[in-house]
Design a protein around this ligand. Sequence first.
Ligand SMILES: [Zn+2]
Length: 67
Amino acid sequence: MARPTRFEHYRWLGDKRSLVVHDLDNTSDACAIDELMASEQFASFGPDELIEAKNRCYNPCRHCVAA
Ligand SMILES: [Zn+2]
């Protein structure tokens, strides 16, 4: 699946509605990234790391983030 153009320099993409964070290097159709981008309810992280997302109360996506 293609990486969203606006996020080509990011790896981690958060969904503000569900507080789920996706790994853009490993997304699947189940992640519905296109729908998330369309909703504009996405978040990036600084630094762009999973630990930063977790610190901001995001949960790893079960479809694309390795346990
Ligand atoms: Zn995902």
